[in-house]
Design a protein around this ligand. Sequence first.
Ligand SMILES: Nc1ncnc2c1ncn2[C@@H]1O[C@H](COP(=O)(O)OP(=O)(O)O)[C@@H](O)[C@H]1O
Ligand SMILES: [Mg+2]
Length: 260
Amino acid sequence: MTSALPALELSDVTKHFSGLVAVNGVTLSVATGERRAIIGPNGAGKTTLFKMISGEVGLTRGSIRLFGQDITRVPAGRRVKLGLGRTYQITNIFPRLTLEENVFLALQGQGARKFDMMGAHATELMRVRTREILARLNLSAEARRQAGEIGYGQQRQLELALALSVDPKVLLLDEPAAGLSSAERGVMADIVRSLPRELTVVLIEHDMDLALKLVDSVSVLHNGELIAEDTPADIQRNQIVQDIYLGALDGAHPAKPSPM
Ligand SMILES: Nc1ncnc2c1ncn2[C@@H]1O[C@H](COP(=O)(O)OP(=O)(O)O)[C@@H](O)[C@H]1O
Ligand SMILES: [Mg+2]
């Protein structure tokens, strides 16, 4: 399934917090099925950009389109119904419920309306779908465990499972590997790689090395502005990008994330 329309188009997207310009005039376009990383040192504006795309934070200026439709002022919940999925924070996981129950509840929630129409079969279909999602996320063996009892890395995988349960067309991931051990990062990288190819993925990531391995293209944010956009190979060779990451090493913000 391809579409001539870009999955996501940002035009002059800008956010001011009182005096501070967190994101400044960002214009970019992500094709359907593309894997895009948005990288940049701490404070670059990545999370703010993510929240504007998902609808948690309003724009000071600019516009956002999803498959051609202007969603700039569409509330976050409606964006989900239009196909924009995002990872939920771990705080959205119910720790006393099993993984299975968490995914099942997410399926029952908004975004999975199609199950409503299937009447008596809906429950069985949702059970099947729950198993599929947990399998995709490498969590089948943990399905009956309480979400609060699994490891941090697996909780991050469960976050992704919950995001996939609404069947998004565009999936936003905010630092999916933050705080993970290197083994857990490997698992997360494999999961991201194994996502269906037609799913458009926008990955906001601080760790350049990880991000470059997972995507087709990279946008680099620095001080709220888009300063480069290229293939992973060319971003790796880009001296300005290297300098920004190295420069961040010398400043107050470490370039490598410390575990949460
Ligand atoms: N709610 C807020 N109020 C005021 N300033 C904010 C808020 N959120 C983020 N900022 C500021 O905006 C800038 C960008 O932050 P953020 O988007 O979190 O960057 P990143 O995710 O790239 O580290 C930072 O200077 C940060 O302090
Ligand atoms: Mg951030």
